[in-house]
Write a protein that binds this ligand. Structure first.
Ligand SMILES: [Zn+2]
Length: 302
């Protein structure tokens, strides 16, 4: 499981350690993490009024969602990290593009629901796109921190957010979404680099569900869209959550890969859903009931 966490971290820490990313890009995630315990699915009314979340762990830790049920239909959630770190403003000013409008357009053209894990800094840089994604019922906007700094002491060279500022960093991202015009961000948080420990899980606000993944797309710094597509197609199982990136400069092959991935998965009978649907089906119910899954990932990092 340590291997899984390292792989997760590398693939999410865009722009940090290219060599690590390249070294990990050939891996296919198969963590074997069991699906969450069964609970009755949230009612349609509940999910319409508020996104489902999971209840905290026994000691109040933020629950962690990795994948949906393997036994309730062939769903798959494509997730896109919109990465931009707090210090990348000068690079954006110099012309580097951390957005990917073509990817968003392709998702719409193919009618693929998706969840965007957006940093607050990204929303500040691209407020019109953030608002546009946020108002589209096909998509949902979730939180990937404001700064994209690490929530653990060691995470592939990312600067570290001190524990007392972790919650503030997350809330600053929600503030940035509101300022950009995103009216209903979902209360899901993806740790920068995929790195977390018990301290980080204690730091987040109540009512937030952390969301990891079980399939690494390998799109970070990839230029071969066919290889990315193959890695996803090899890794997806019913209930999978796939991590990809909505960051043109650091994930230039993702949009092309989607054009293969989407029809192939549909041929196999998969239905694309947002993460909120998987959490609801796994037991989340608008913050009222659900199942925590904190033990495994925390132990994996110890
Ligand atoms: Zn990231």
């Amino acid at each position: 499981m340590i291997t899984l966490v390292r792989r997760c971290a590398a693939l999410c820490a865009l722009g940090v350690l290219t060599t690590v990313l390249a070294g990990c890009s050939g891996d296919t995630a198969a963590p074997g993490r069991p699906a969450l315990p069964a609970k009755p699915p949230a009612t349609a009314a509940a999910t319409a009024s508020a996104p489902p979340t999971l209840t905290p762990g026994p000691s109040g830790l933020t629950p962690v969602f990795m994948n949906g049920s393997r036994a309730h239909g062939r769903t798959v959630a494509l997730t896109f990290d919109a990465d931009m770190t707090a210090d990348q403003g000068p690079r954006a000013a110099a012309g580097e593009r951390f957005d990917n409008p073509a990817l968003v357009a392709t998702l719409r053209r193919l009618d693929v629901p998706a969840t965007f894990f957006m940093t607050g800094r990204w929303a500040e840089e691209y407020p019109a796109q953030a608002k546009d994604i946020g108002k589209d019922p096909l998509f949902e906007v979730a939180n990937h921190s404001y700064s994209h700094h690490a929530f653990t002491g060691s995470c592939y060279g990312l600067p570290t957010v001190p524990a007392p500022r972790m919650r503030t960093d997350m809330e600053r991202a929600f503030d940035a979404f509101r300022k950009a015009g995103v009216e209903r961000a979902v209360p899901y948080f993806r740790f920068p680099g995929g790195c977390y420990d018990r301290q980080a899980l204690r730091a987040l606000a109540p009512g937030v569900t952390a969301v990891q993944w079980d399939v690494v797309s390998g799109d970070a710094f990839a230029t071969d869209s066919g290889a990315v597509a193959r890695q996803v197609l090899d890794g997806v199982r019913p209930g999978s959550v796939v991590v990809m990136h909505c960051t043109r400069s650091a994930a230039p092959a993702t949009e092309r890969a989607l054009r293969t991935i989407v029809p192939k998965l549909r041929e196999r009978g998969f239905r694309f859903v947002r993460v909120s649907e998987q959490i609801g089906a796994a037991g989340g119910a608008a913050g009222a009931t659900g199942a925590a899954a904190t033990a495994g990932p925390v132990e994996a990092r110890s």
